[in-house]
Write a protein that binds this ligand. Structure first.
Ligand SMILES: [Fe+2]
Ligand SMILES: [Fe+2]
Length: 313
C-alpha cells in the first residue's frame, strides 16, 4: 500500500512526520554502535551438554534473575513478529520502512549474543529455554497497536521498559560474570538508542497532531504490559521478576511513564479536542492510582523487611 492509498486520518500524520523520521534516523546513524556478538563471548569457558548435563549449581542465581534472563531472551527471540507489526504500519516509500529494517538488523543480534552467553555460562536451563522458544514462536503473539500513533507511543514505552529490564538484570548478575554484565550492557545500550528514536518521534507527532497522540498515549499507557504473553508460565515469571526489583509496577511508573510523559509534557499540551482532554484526565487518574499502589507495595515490603513473617513448616 502506498502512502497515498491510506485513509486520510492515517495519511496525515504519516505524511507529515516523514521529515522527522528522516531527521531522527540520520541522528541514529551518526552514532553507530558497531559491536560483534562473537567478540563478547569467552568460548573456552564452554562445556558440551551431552557430557555435562545442566544443573542449577552450574551458576547459582536467584529464581527472579533466572526468570528475567529467560523472559528477556525469549522476547528478543520473538523479533520476527515485532518486525511484522512495525512493517504493517510502514507503507512502501515511507522512510519509516528503512528505519524498521535498521531496527530489525540491530535487534537481531540481541538474542544471538544472549543465547551464546547463556549456553557458555549455563546461567539458565537451556532445555527449558528451547522448549519455551518453540511454544512462544509457534503462537506468534505480539501486541497489535491499531494506528501509527498507537504504535509509536507503545514502542517508546516498550523500548524504555526493555532498556530498564536488561540494565537491571545485568546489575543483579554476580560480580564475577563480567561476560554477562558486558553482554546485557551492550543490549541495553542498543535499546536506549531505540527508545530515543521512538520517544523523539512521538514528541514530533505530538507537535503535528496533539489530540490523536494524547488519546494514543493514554490508551497505550493504560494497556501497557511487558511483552511475553506467549511465553509459558509468563505470569509466574513476571511476578518473580517484579519481586526481585528488576521490572515491575514500580519501574513502570518511575522509570518508564514518569520520564517519558514528562518529556512529552502531556500536562501542558494546549488546544486538545474534548476526547483528548478526557484521555488526559484518565491518564492522570491512572497515574495517581498507580502511584498509590506502588507506595502501598513499598510500605508493605519495608514492613516485611523489618518484621519478617515467621516461617511455618
Ligand atoms: Fe532488543
Ligand atoms: Fe530495542
Amino acid at each position: 500500500m502506498s502512502i497515498k492509498q491510506l485513509p486520510n486520518s492515517k495519511t496525515d500524520l504519516l505524511l507529515e512526520i516523514a521529515p522527522d523520521v528522516e531527521r531522527l534516523y540520520n541522528r541514529h546513524l551518526e552514532a553507530p554502535r558497531l559491536w560483534y556478538p562473537h567478540e563478547q563471548i569467552n568460548w573456552g569457558q564452554g562445556q558440551n551438554f551431552g557430557e555435562h548435563a545442566w544443573s542449577e549449581s552450574d551458576y547459582p542465581l536467584s529464581a527472579g534473575v533466572r526468570s528475567s534472563i529467560y523472559v528477556n531472551l525469549l522476547t528478543e527471540d520473538n523479533l520476527p513478529y515485532y518486525t511484522n507489526t512495525l512493517l504493517s504500519h510502514a507503507p512502501k516509500g515511507h522512510p519509516i520502512r528503512e528505519w524498521n529494517h535498521q531496527w530489525t538488523m540491530e535487534e537481531n543480534r540481541h538474542a544471538m549474543v544472549m543465547r551464546d552467553w547463556v549456553h557458555i555460562t549455563r546461567c539458565i536451563d537451556p532445555t527449558l529455554l528451547e522448549d519455551g522458544r518453540r511454544v512462544q514462536m509457534k503462537k506468534g503473539e505480539v501486541p497489535q497497536p491499531e494506528s501509527f500513533a498507537d504504535l509509536i507511543t507503545y514502542v517508546a514505552f516498550q523500548e524504555r521498559a526493555t532498556q530498564i529490564a536488561h540494565r537491571n538484570t545485568g546489575a543483579h548478575l554476580p560480580k564475577d560474570d563480567k561476560m554477562g554484565r558486558n553482554v546485557l550492557a551492550l543490549v541495553a545500550g542498543d535499546e536506549t538508542k531505540h527508545y530515543l528514536f521512538y520517544r523523539d518521534l512521538a514528541m514530533a507527532a505530538f507537535a503535528i497532531d496533539p489530540s490523536t497522540m494524547m488519546v494514543a498515549a493514554a490508551k497505550q499507557a493504560q494497556a501497557f504490559a511487558m511483552p511475553g504473553t506467549g511465553i509459558p508460565s509468563f505470569t509466574r515469571h513476571a511476578v518473580r521478576i517484579a519481586r526481585e526489583g528488576i521490572y515491575g509496577l514500580s519501574q513502570f511508573l518511575k522509570d518508564v511513564l514518569d520520564p517519558v510523559l514528562n518529556l512529552w509534557d502531556v500536562d501542558h499540551i494546549a488546544g486538545l479536542t474534548m476526547e483528548a482532554e478526557k484521555a488526559r484526565a484518565e491518564l492522570a487518574e491512572m497515574i495517581k492510582q498507580l502511584s498509590a499502589t506502588v507506595e502501598r507495595m513499598a510500605q508493605k515490603a519495608a514492613a516485611l523487611a523489618t518484621n519478617p513473617k515467621p516461617v511455618t513448616l
